[in-house]
Design a binder for this molecule. Structure first.
Ligand code: F0G
Length: 457
């Protein structure tokens, strides 16, 4: 068997700040207990997102140095295009500056008021871009996704019965596109099986509705397929990925995740007429069709990253480090959304702090504790993000679960960094009953979690 260690060593390092408890207390007070407003220099281990936070390889940096910065027709674009066409089979490839730009360009071209988009789960910006086009975004997660503790391997699947019912029902003719998010970030980073994807593709074909992948984490999805889907046990992640892309009519991709770059993305598709219409909008709003808002060096680094990301050694190590952290978290006495995926762990803060009501944000309380105790930044995914209260702070709507996401940047932190996360959680669990919640003192009408000011209750 292959040796299970990091398939890379560290050539360039970047210092991270080590702060004192007093400094962290002063920092959270200054930002009104909103961790988005911290300066990154005040954070020791930043698990806010796995997006654009990965470490570049020497080969990516070298490719970037050789980037061709011509305004049009650069060598970098042709390498980017060829790499993506080989991986996906899509004939038309449009570069964009990040995933949400791909969403905006595709949806403003494809959608109009009255149309519907169906998905296993829309990511926030995907939903926002559907709604900005006047269309409706409907999530159809599979029933197993509702049970956080179930260890079913493919909780990212779409509900096929619901999909079939909707496509053949009265709303069927209004469905403009089906979007399959792999892995399902909004649904806890859970993967989609190839069987579910094939059945979805067949239903879409039967009803004449295009199927697009939101492929931000396609390689991680492919890895989990090779681990858990019997028919794919002898496939490489690359083979699974190639097949997945070919089941769909096109994709949107944020390359900031499985492209392992700091910025970039693309739309891939086969329909020449749709590609042409997207291209016009791209040129007007992102940049000429051979760079789409990116530098030539970015295109080269994406092309290189896309070939590295399906390496089985890399993916095995990524899965292993996520399981390592999951073990530490469970040992500390904190439940996670099971089973752990590759890009993030979702801590069950509601269960850890049963004494904190939803409108005092148990997830936010845990995120603040992680920072105060260990200098760790995470993201609340609970009632601060999805809930609602009246003007007196009384609960109107609570999130279904109170979670905290620990996202794992690619190739960045070592096991000892993650051990520190486990040790910090142990300390928090020991005095869990004394942890208090928060209330909002100032908020914006939409996306309140980014800018809200809070106070301990
Ligand atoms: N689709 C998925 C599944 C995503 O997770 C994201 C971003 C996007 C689209 C949008 O891509 O950021 O390049 O514009 N997710 C990040 C996260 C922000 O932290 O999960 P983008």
């Amino acid at each position: 068997a292959a040796v299970s260690v990091e398939p890379y060593r560290i050539k360039v390092v970047e210092p991270i700040p080590l702060t004192t408890r007093e400094q962290r207390e002063a920092a959270v007070r200054r930002v009104h207990y909103n961790l988005f407003d911290l300066r990154a220099e005040e954070v020791t281990i930043d698990l806010l997102t796995d997006s654009g936070t990965g470490a570049l390889s020497a080969a990516q940096l070298a490719a970037g140095m050789a980037g061709d910065e011509s305004y049009s027709g650069s060598r970098s674009f042709y390498r980017f295009h060829e790499t993506i066409t080989e991986l996906t089979g899509y004939q038309h490839v449009l570069p964009v500056h990040q995933g949400r730009a791909a969403e905006r360009v595709l949806f403003s071209t494809l959608l109009e008021p009255g149309r519907i988009v169906l998905s296993n789960t829309h990511f926030d910006t995907t939903r926002a871009n559907v709604e900005l086009s006047g269309a409706e975004a409907r999530d159809l997660p599979c029933p197993e996704a509702r049970n956080l503790d179930s260890t079913e391997p493919f909780k990212g699947n779409i509900d096929l019965e619901e999909l079939s019912r909707t496509l053949s029902g009265p709303d069927g003719s209004r469905v403009a596109v089906v979007v399959m998010t792999i892995t399902n970030n909004g649904g806890g980073g859970q993967p989609v099986s190839m069987d579910n994807l094939k059945r979805t593709a067949a239903l879409c074909k039967q009803h004449g509705v295009p199927l697009f992948l939101d492929a931000a984490r396609f390689a991680e999805n492919a890895w989990l397929v090779t681990r858990h889907e019997a028919a794919y046990r002898n496939h490489t992640p690359r083979q699974v990925a190639e097949e997945a892309f070919r089941l769909a009519d096109g994709c949107m991709m944020s390359a900031k995740k499985d492209g392992i770059v700091h910025i970039g993305g693309f739309i891939g598709l086969n329909d020449p007429e749709l590609a042409q219409r997207c291209e016009l909008l791209l040129i007007a709003t992102e940049g000429f069709a051979t760079y789409g808002g990116l530098a030539g060096r970015d295109l080269d680094m994406i092309a290189q990253g896309l070939t590295e990301v399906t390496d089985p050694g890399y993916l095995a190590e990524r899965a292993d480090i996520a399981s390592h952290l999951a073990e530490r978290v469970r040992a500390a006495g904190v439940d996670i959304l099971e089973p752990p995926g590759l890009h993030a762990l979702y801590l069950n803060a509601g269960r850890l702090f049963p004494h904190i009501p939803a409108h005092h944000y148990p997830g936010h309380a845990l995120a603040c504790q992680l920072y105060l105790e260990g200098g760790i930044r995470s993201a609340e995914l609970g009632s601060l993000y999805m809930g609602e209260e009246d003007e007196h702070g009384n609960p109107v709507k609570a999130a279904p679960y109170e979670l905290v996401r620990l996202a794992l940047p690619r190739r960045v932190y070592t096991r000892s960094h993650y051990d520190h996360v486990g040790e910090t959680l142990e300390k928090i669990v020991k005095r869990a009953e004394s942890v208090r919640g928060y209330r909002i003192v100032e908020q914006s009408p939409i996306l309140r979690h980014f800018r809200a000011k809070l106070q301990p209750v």
